[in-house]
Ligand binder design. Structure first.
Ligand code: BV8
Length: 257
């Protein structure tokens, strides 16, 4: 296998991380790619090859074909259950332990940050491992194993995954936690996200406009305007442990669970 290029991490970023008072991090599907979970940009495979996630992750798709959408989420839940946190997730949990204040804003619905040990996680788009009543929105943890999708034991309406679909508002508590983090952080990371989905895609611009240092970590930095942003090209599972190691020698040797 070709020798992997060393990760190029600017010294300015290492000293900013060491001296940061409040680090805010936005993560996207790319952070879970090295755990084997397909990103939204990856073409879907098998049964789902002919669909686009944007066409399935909507209330309209569920109303049109609840069985299809429920089965898509069941397939993804299987992938999530088989996945494990990767060194990028573990490095973010370590970073949280090393800085005075840390907020992890994730667009991901796979729960891998929590499984890696991150505590201060704000789930902007919900969590695929939870289900809720379609009509009344209350969480439902168990249901009779009949019907696809299963029915709410309380009111009989279909169950749906507890995620935010396109066209749905983000949970109010998540939005206010995100706003507070963007407004008070002095270092903002945007990691493993294509920056296509609003409102999360605007967070790095708001943080930068306030004077926070904004760092983009992505194997493909071509479509990020450099300008005042610090661009670190590479996979998060390699970049983040390397960054931790430079900031706090010995902390980067993270082992997968
Ligand atoms: C909202 C949960 C107010 C579900 C998700 C018209 C009508 C209605 C709304 C809109 C509209 N036009 C625009 C909107 C707003 C809309 C939006 O942004 N649409 C986009 C498509 C234009 N947003 C919304 O609807 C949001 N709500 O705005 O509420 C409102 C309400 C009503 C009407 C109007 C406004 C809700 C958005 C939440 C949608 N739910 N997920 C589920 O998962 O099933 S979004 C879902 O897709 C993910 O959560 C994620 O956020 C997004 C995918 O983005 P990424 O995470 O960035 O992943 P992606 O694959 O794109 O990129 C991966 C990146 O990783 C790449 O850059 C790649 O290079 C990199 N990478 C790859 N490998 C690695 C790596 N990086 C690091 N390491 C590696 N190893």
């Amino acid at each position: 296998m070709a020798e992997e290029r060393p990760v190029d991490i600017p010294a300015s970023l290492v000293s900013a991380l060491r001296g940061a008072k409040h680090v805010a991090v936005l993560t996207g599907a790319g952070v879970s790619a090295e755990s084997g979970l397909p990103t939204f940009r990856d073409p879907m495979t098998g049964l789902w090859a002919k669909y686009r996630p944007e066409d399935l992750a909507t209330p309209e798709a569920f109303a049109r074909d609840p069985r299809l959408v429920w089965e898509w989420y069941e397939w993804r839940r299987g992938l999530v259950a088989a996945a494990r946190p990767n060194p990028g997730h573990l490095a973010l949990a370590e970073m949280e332990r090393r800085v005075p204040r840390f907020t992890l804003l994730t667009q991901n619905v796979d729960g891998l940050h929590q499984r890696a040990g991150s505590q201060k996680v704000v789930e902007l788009h919900g969590n695929i491992t939870r289900s809720k009543c379609f009509e009344e929105e209350h969480p439902v943890e168990s249901w009779p194993a009949t019907g696809v999708p299963p029915r709410c034991p309380r009111c009989g309406s279909p169950l749906r995954p507890d995620v935010v679909w396109f066209g749905e508002s983000l949970p109010a508590a998540a939005v206010s936690a995100a706003r507070e983090a963007v407004e008070t952080c002095d270092l903002f990371f945007s990691i493993g996200t294509s920056g296509m989905v609003q409102p999360a895609a605007s967070f790095c611009h708001w943080a930068g406009a306030r004077g926070a240092m904004v760092v983009i970590i992505n194997p493909d930095v071509s479509n990020f305007a450099s300008g005042s942003q610090v661009l670190v090209q590479g996979a998060s599972g390699r970049v983040l442990p390397a960054l931790l190691e430079k900031a706090w020698p010995g902390s980067g040797t993270i082992h997968v669970e």
